[in-house]
Ligand binder design. Structure first.
Ligand code: CUA
Length: 359
């Protein structure tokens, strides 16, 4: 039998203390690490009702699993110390203890039920229909950028998803390309929509419609990312969800519904000509200028926070590097290299200025 008296208690206290200390260090270390260097792409700071729900299940499971971990480790250490080999002590064989066996069957059942009920509850709610009056947006996955189509508002944009705060948004996830006759072709690969602070991950499948909804609870910019390997530049398939106040959102919608102004000076006019000369019109739409459907709609590209599928900031220098040699920015990009090689520097400058003027 084990040692008796103060030795046993000291052993127990020391082992519980060590286990708690190590657990606490690991907990704070992982918690801090989750916020470092990833631009707030953290599920630990939910900013929507559904992300909050996922987080609540996660936290519950974390603490239950943490309690099991601490308990098992503490007992393991304590027993190792209490029942270690000692002079004069003899090993005792024991067999069967109904009370213990019932106890260690009952406790795990309680824990599993405590995790299962809120988990199923969350799944049912998240997979259920979006609330009435939700904003409807189609998300179309492309190699390697996200397209956002607001059917009711008649807006087609890319990379920046604008939504109002405190209103549910219902996303229909598609992979492929709309055709000139309005039909949809499933000619892309599997992607996954993920905004860690808001919602996801959910696959975007060719030939299958997926759905996702959430109600953002705070304004701000939330970074999203394709979360399913989809080819060479998968890691560069990003997007941003910009959650506005209702007034800001209404203003954004109004601006997007307004056709861009015609070129107001010589340089912008030359830029618009270069847009045609370089062949951009074959793949990109600009309202009143071109109707290409392969690449992002550029009608209001100047108003976007980022370009190249969220990989580059929307600055003249970044835009120029992108159109000069797309493959150096995003390997495998469907936009070919050499499009503007036949243009003078002046013409490229004009093209960049023209695109940036499309607000
Ligand atoms: Cu799209 Cu990974």
């Amino acid at each position: 039998m084990g040692r008796s008296g103060p030795g046993r208690i000291i052993a127990l206290v020391v082992s519980v203390g060590i286990t708690l200390a190590v657990s606490a260090i690991l907990y704070y270390w992982f918690r801090e690490a989750a916020f470092l260097g990833n631009d707030y792409q953290s599920t630990f700071e939910p900013a929507s009702d559904n992300a909050e729900k996922v987080q609540s299940v996660y936290v519950l499971v974390f603490w239950l699993a943490g309690a099991v971990f601490v308990g098992v480790m503490a007992l393991t250490l304590a027993f190792a110390l209490m029942f270690r080999e000692q002079e004069g002590a003899e090993a005792v064989q024991s067999h069967g203890n109904s009370r213990l066996e019932i106890l260690w069957t009952f406790i795990p059942v309680v824990i599993v039920v405590a995790m299962a009920v809120p988990t199923f509850d969350a799944i049912v709610e998240l997979e259920g229909d979006a609330p009435e009056g939700a904003l409807e947006v189609e998300v179309v996955g492309h190699q390697w950028w996200f397209e956002f189509r607001y059917g009711d508002e008649g807006i087609v944009t890319a990379t920046d998803l604008h939504i109002p705060v405190d209103r549910a948004v219902h996303l229909t996830l598609l992979s492929g390309n709309y055709q000139a006759d309005g039909s949809f072709k499933d000619n892309d690969v599997i992607h996954s929509f993920w905004v860690p602070r808001l919602m996801g991950k959910k696959d975007i499948m060719p030939g299958h419609e997926n759905h996702l909804w959430f109600t953002p609870s705070e304004t701000g910019t939330f970074l999203g990312q394709c979360a399913e390997f989809c080819g060479l530049s998968h890691a560069k398939m990003r997007f941003r969800v910009i959650v506005h106040t209702q007034e800001e959102y209404d203003a954004w919608v109004a601006a997007q519904q307004t056709a861009p102004a015609a070129p107001t000076d010589e340089q912008l006019a030359a830029g618009q000509e270069a847009f045609t000369a370089a062949g951009c019109i074959g793949c990109h739409a600009v309202e009143g200028v071109s109707s290409g459907l392969v690449g992002p709609n550029l009608t209001h590209v100047g108003s976007r926070s980022a370009i190249a599928g969220g990989w580059l900031e929307n600055t003249p220098a970044d835009l120029e590097s992108w159109i000069r040699k797309p493959s150096s920015v995003k390997p495998g990009s469907h936009m070919p290299d050499g499009l503007v090689d036949g243009l003078s520097q002046e013409q490229v400058d004009a093209l960049v200025a023209y695109l940036q003027s499309l607000k």
